[in-house]
Design a protein around this ligand. Structure first.
Ligand code: ADP
Length: 613
């Protein structure tokens, strides 16, 4: 079927309407003009006939031979011949009772028989339509305007004035010409006007169409700019609210999809979704690791070799349309496909998996897909070992709490006795030793307090802590070690550094641990530099940097592990405690080290709010 646009229809409609009106008016105009032309011609004929009759009456009255007088009178001939100047009149004749021409505007026809011609009066009485047909009919004709000539009530002849329809037609055409030009101009103008009107009226439809196209393409927040006040305006308002709703729904859906994808992506388990004909629809990174590149859309047969446990289970599920598993499998190096690496092969890599398939039914019970989940059992065992680790940590916490309690009382007693000893020390040297012992006892006490806090993190007492005095307090504790090892201590904490929101005692302990480690890493001297600066994200960064032996790369990932130590008499507790404390403060710690050059620990803690400072 031919598609006709609204625009064309509208233009055609308006043009047809205007054309019809123009044609009707033209026909009406033409019939009026025809009637007028006929009446005018008849009147002219009648006037001429009266003038001729008057002359004939004069001739008949005075002449003894009226016939000869009529035939030879030059005045009458002139009158008869004046007929050809009448616009639609062709001839004028005087005929006798028998119909023979007595006088004629064309003298050569005198004495001939005048053919009978239709009467003009009959044409004047005819309907407008018939008049038009006579004038515009195929053959032209001549109609007579007749006047009888009587003498003493005796009709002796008649005057015939011929009116030609052909001449009338020409006269009419000349009058109608301008009317047709006007009609043609009106038609042309109406087509133009209809075009412009269609353009104006159809603009909203174009706007709506482009809006719908953009909406279809998935654009968000599409709105239509249609002026209110008419039906299109109402349509625009409805469109905008639907588009808004659609955008909200879409973004909610996109959010859901994104969070679902990120959840599935971060799964340790390998997840894949297959279509009912076995094509891969989706695979998470865990699954992609065992698949060839660009796996989506490929049939399962080209993804896994025959006999592969994944393929077997999915094919069985597609066949039986039932969920299968859990089925424990051990993947060999061959089964691991893309995930296999040279290192894995060396160790004869084996991967424990628990396979489950879900046959996903559609609304009408037809299978719409198969979900394959390969649970990573080695990950589970990892989690288990982490759990065991946590339990160990908790046990250690309880143990240290007990030990700390036991250690606290002897520490107090030692402190009292040391004060007594100080009173008895009589040399400055002896007093100095007492001071060092007192300092160490205090440090021991702090460690014990720290352990107690470590085991009861809920007792974290957060306050705004200025770092400068805290760092200054560390110096005497470090100095004994530093002096012995030839380490210079540089503390740089400008007064502009904001306070941190922290438990003062815990942060002090963490920083002392880092600094003591740093000193110990410089057995042949060096510089310990402790710097505090404001950091982005409303944080404060404390750097503890040494120029010591550094940490070998293979140790870097283990130094925060509990009990990890490389020292002969080390406990391996210091850094794990530091890590725990920073974690409790919602802070971060990282380390950078170059063996032989030194190590820098960076601790970032939250800033205290302005009011708190
Ligand atoms: P410990 O000091 O008892 O060994 P830590 O947990 O404090 O326990 O430290 C663990 C290990 O980290 C240390 O044995 C050492 O090998 C390494 N380490 C820590 N700090 C530094 C440092 N500043 N430079 C070099 N190695 C360090």
């Amino acid at each position: 079927m031919i598609r006709v646009s609204i625009r064309v229809k509208q233009i055609a409609g308006v043009t047809a309407l205007v054309g019809l009106v123009v044609v009707l008016l033209s026909v009406l105009h033409a019939t009026r003009l025809a009637r007028l032309g006929l009446h005018e011609s008849e009147a002219r004929g009648r006037l001429l006939a009266s003038a001729i009759f008057h002359r004939v009456s004069q001739l008949v009255a005075v002449s003894p031979d009226p016939d000869a007088a009529i035939r030879n009178d030059p005045g009458l001939l002139a009158l008869l011949q004046s007929s050809i100047y009448g616009e639609s009149i062709t001839d004028a004749a005087i005929v006798d009772r028998a119909g023979v021409i007595v006088a004629h505007s064309d003298p050569s026809r005198v004495g001939l028989w005048l053919d009978p011609r239709p009467d003009m009066v009959a044409l004047l009485d005819a309907s407008a339509w018939q008049q038009l047909r006579v004038i515009y009919g195929g053959t032209s004709s001549v109609h007579d305007v007749r006047q009888a000539m009587t003498l003493d009530d005796d009709e002796f002849g008649s005057i015939r004035i011929g009116v030609s329809t052909l001449l009338l037609r020409e006269e009419l055409n000349a009058a109608l010409g301008p009317a047709f030009v006007t009609a043609a101009i009106a038609l042309g103008a109406s087509v133009l006007l209809a075009g412009v009107l269609a353009q104006l009226l159809l603009r909203p439809i174009h706007v709506i169409r482009s809006g719908l196209t953009r909406l279809g393409r998935g654009e968000f927040g599409v709105t239509l700019d249609l002026p209110p006040g008419d039906e299109f305006g109402d349509l625009g308002t409805s469109f905008n609210s639907v588009s808004q709703q659609l955008s909200a729904d879409r973004s909610a859906l996109a959010d859901q999809k994104a969070s679902l994808e990120s959840a599935v992506d971060s799964l340790e388990d390998a997840v894949a979704l297959f279509t009912p004909d076995g094509g891969l629809l989706f695979a998470n990174p865990g699954m992609r690791a065992v698949l060839p590149p660009d796996p989506v859309g490929q049939p399962i047969a080209s993804l896994f070799p025959a006999g592969h446990p994944f393929r077997q289970l999915v094919e069985e599920t597609l066949e039986t349309r039932r969920s299968l598993g859990p089925q424990p499998v051990t993947l060999g190096a061959d089964d691991l496909g893309a995930a296999r690496t040279a290192g894995d092969e060396d160790e004869g890599s084996r991967d424990e998996r628990l396979l489950v398939t879900h046959a996903i039914p559609g609304g009408d019970g037809v299978l719409v897909g198969v979900l394959l989940v390969a649970r990573n059992l080695s990950y589970l065992s990892q989690v288990q070992s982490t759990l065991a680790y946590s339990r160990k940590l908790a046990a250690l916490g309880r143990l240290t709490a007990g030990v700390a309690h036991q250690v606290k009382n002897p520490l107090n007693a030692m402190m009292i006795h040391l004060e007594l000893l100080r009173a008895k020390a009589d040399t400055p040297e002896a007093r100095e030793h007492v001071d060092v012992i007192a300092g160490e006892i205090r440090r021991l006490d702090e460690v014990v307090q720290g352990f107690l806090k470590f085991t009861r993190p809920e007792e974290l007492r957060l306050e705004a802590v200025p770092l400068a005095p805290l760092l200054a307090e560390m110096r005497p504790v470090l100095e004994a070690d530093a002096e012995r090892l030839g380490v210079a201590i540089v503390v740089d904490c400008p007064s502009t550094v904001p306070h941190v929101r922290a438990d003062r005692g815990m942060v002090y302990q963490a920083l002392v641990n880092l600094a003591v480690n740093a000193c110990q890493a410089m057995p042949s001297g060096g510089t310990l530099r402790i710097t505090a600066v404001a950091a982005p994200g409303r944080r404060v960064e404390v750097r503890v940097a040494d120029t010591g032996v550094g940490i070998p790369p293979e140790h870097l990932s283990r130094i925060f592990d509990l009990y990890f130590t490389t020292k002969d008499h080390g406990s391996g507790i210091g850094l794990s405690l530091v890590y725990r404390i920073i974690q409790l403060h919602d802070g971060e710690i990282d380390v950078e080290s170059t063996p032989g050059r030194g190590t820098t620990f960076r601790v970032r803690l939250p800033r205290a709010e302005e009011g708190q400072a």
